[in-house]
Design a binder for this molecule. Structure first.
Ligand SMILES: [Zn+2]
Ligand SMILES: [Zn+2]
Length: 121
């Protein structure tokens, strides 16, 4: 009986772990710059749905947000793919707060913020 309980516990534990692990839901919203007179704003999707693994990032050479499709969610936070337009590795964006560390594509100031509109599952 003890062993049986242990198995139940372990399968519950790993079930929750596996479920929580790759379930990286994306978020869609708007990125905007707060520098007076700049006015930069664009729609931005961070990550992707469970069935459409993608990584959002920023390319320092082209000064553009990029969206890279991944083969799977495995290694989502470990592997940084190259930019689709140039050989440089992208600056990955895993959450909306991260855009604060990215220079505005228009004015170059670190004044971007992300406003989340909905979740992408
Ligand atoms: Zn690039
Ligand atoms: Zn700006």
């Amino acid at each position: 009986m003890k062993t049986f309980a242990k198995i139940i516990f372990l399968s519950l534990f790993f079930g929750v772990f596996l479920w929580a692990g790759p379930a990286v839901a994306g978020e869609a919203g708007r990125v905007s710059c707060s520098t007076p007179g700049c006015g930069y704003q664009d729609s931005l999707t961070i990550g992707g749905g469970k069935k459409s693994p993608s990584l959002t990032g920023y390319c320092r050479s082209t000064k553009q947000f990029v969206y890279v499709k991944l083969k799977s969610w495995a290694g989502y936070r470990e592997t940084v793919p190259a930019c689709p337009d140039c050989p440089e590795a992208i600056l990955p964006i895993y959450s909306g707060g991260r855009v604060a560390q990215i220079p505005c594509p228009k004015c170059g100031n670190l004044t971007l913020s992300f406003e989340r509109r909905f979740r992408v599952d």
